[in-house]
Ligand binder design. Structure first.
Ligand code: F6R
Length: 242
């Protein structure tokens, strides 16, 4: 699984992006009700989650037997902080699904983050589907530039831009210093990987991730080692793919 593959590119009109990805996800979980998946938080998936909640309000039950595994979490935000990944995921999606899927968050509220990361590494094995967003610096989850493709779930220091996003964009009460992330090794072991990318501001980093040679400056570029990578991009994000 080390030679780069060409990802499947799904380039969608911005207005159709959330509905198309939501339909595909519901189809996937209906075909495989016990799906184990991880899901990102952030601005990119918010419209997708709103659409999923809407679809499920009408149809219901698709996620009843699924398991959602936490992808990443800030290590030093208090429980309930609005920027926490567990809080956001529950608020935007999980609490709106009836019945909700089983959710296994990353336990950052104990006294030993290293131990919590090791424990979550076991939870993150054997994912059926890893759904990811793409950071402006090429990160996926909290695998910041410099991450290696064989790294496990672990406690990480965050890039300044990621730390600042917590307060400036996600409403955190204070700037977190670190986080725990499912590692690239577990992501690349998942049966299937979806990368979600929207907006013109992501066009250059998406090109870096899927067209230019892979390298540690852009951890997302390692995703091309995966034989079943699908990129769901809107037309604006895909505008530099040529
Ligand atoms: C957050 C996460 C991050 C985000 C990335 C993009 O759970 O996994 O890797 O997906 O920072 O964030 P947005 O979508 O806000 O641009």
């Amino acid at each position: 699984m080390s030679a780069p593959n060409a990802p499947a590119l799904r380039i969608l009109a911005p207005a159709a992006w959330a509905a198309t990805v939501a339909d595909e996800l519901v189809e996937r979980v209906r075909a495989e009700p016990r799906l184990r998946l991880c899901l990102p938080t952030g601005d990119t998936p918010s419209p997708l989650y709103a659409r999923l909640a809407e679809l499920e309000r009408a149809r219901g039950g698709s996620f009843a037997q699924a398991t959602v595994v936490g992808l990443d979490e800030w290590a030093d935000l208090p429980p309930g902080d609005p920027a926490r990944c567990d809080v956001r995921l529950r608020r935007e999606l999980l609490d709106r699904l009836v019945p909700p899927p089983r959710f296994i968050p990353i336990d950052v509220d104990g006294s030993d983050d290293e131990a919590a990361a090791r424990e979550h590494d076991e939870v993150a094995r054997n994912l059926d589907l890893a759904v990811l967003g793409l950071g402006m610096n090429g990160h996926v989850g909290f695998n910041e530039p410099g991450s290696r493709p064989d790294e496990p779930t672990r406690l990480v220091r965050l890039a300044l831009s990621s730390r600042e996003a917590a307060t400036a964009r996600y409403g955190a009460a204070r700037t977190p210093s670190g986080g725990i992330t499912v590692g690239m090794a577990r992501i690349l072991e998942a049966r299937e990987v979806w990368l979600l990318v929207t907006g013109e501001h992501k066009a250059a980093v998406l090109r870096r991730a899927v067209v230019e040679p892979e390298g540690p400056d852009c951890p997302a570029s390692y995703l091309r080692r995966h034989p079943r990578l699908t990129v769901f991009a809107d037309e604006a994000a895909a505008s530099l793919l040529g």
